[in-house]
Design a protein around this ligand. Sequence first.
Ligand SMILES: NC(=O)c1ccc[n+]([C@@H]2O[C@H](COP(=O)([O-])OP(=O)(O)OC[C@H]3O[C@@H](n4cnc5c(N)ncnc54)[C@H](O)[C@@H]3O)[C@@H](O)[C@H]2O)c1
Length: 277
Amino acid sequence: MIKNEFMNWFDFSGKSVVITGGAGLLGREICLTLAKCGANISILDRVENLPMTLADQFVSLDCEVLYLQSDVLDKAILERNKKDIISRWGKIDILINAAGGNHPKATTNPEHRFFDLPQEALQITFDLNLMGTILPSQVFGAVMAEQGEGSILNISSMNAFRPLTRIPAYSAAKAGVSNFTQWLAVHMAQEYSPKIRVNAIAPGFFLTDQNRFLLTEKETGELTTRGKAILNHTPMGRFGNPGDLTGTILWLLSPASEFVTGIVVPVDGGFSAFSGV
Ligand SMILES: NC(=O)c1ccc[n+]([C@@H]2O[C@H](COP(=O)([O-])OP(=O)(O)OC[C@H]3O[C@@H](n4cnc5c(N)ncnc54)[C@H](O)[C@@H]3O)[C@@H](O)[C@H]2O)c1
């Protein structure tokens, strides 16, 4: 039946999925989605244990999950993680690089001029987002090169297209993530296998612990000036919910996008399309 043929695209049974930052807000939604589609999930995050709320959700789905404490900036740890994943699931089909974020001290404001932002905060932000995507792609991408197939999904940002005010290192690093996505897509297809695809999503604005108090007032929950500016610039007029990423991610990781590699897909309620007029 034709219908079943297309539905099978989204059956991830037996697929081994590695996700960095999988304990975070967007990462957990992504790994739960893929677990519901039958995938075997390995979560790598720097927190010591898988948060109980997330662990409980896996139990209620009757899904096994491998949790490994990790650091996307430490290749030796990633190599150890790789051994554990291979011994548990035997292969790696999908890598999702979801660890990332901005360091609060790498943000300009009236008290912290660009000129005075501490080098350490800038470096942490730059490294986490860019090196934190490159290093796991080296370690787990090597498995895909050996297998001759696989799929890597990076998380870029609206900042990659045009930088937002106040967050210079994050914006530059995410521009790097988009550029690296294109580079690695070409490299994998030409040097290893056209069956290794590399793509990215660029989420618009999702309320998370990292940006909540940039976008809403701590005391009242009202929108800040920045929050209002973002919504005014989002034709759909709302912040994203983690579930808004689901369809795009399933498409990019499934055979439905078999001939697609090296793209960055905005999931942004129209933010990147709107000129402001
Ligand atoms: N939330 C948004 O609006 C938004 C928009 C665009 C892009 N993004 C990007 O999406 C990704 C996920 O964001 P989120 O909102 O879920 O953030 P989050 O802070 O909820 O999750 C990030 C996760 O990464 C983990 N992490 C941090 N440093 C790590 C390290 N060195 N090694 C391993 N794990 C580490 C954290 O422990 C956390 O669980 C990030 O790359 C972020 O930049 C988010």
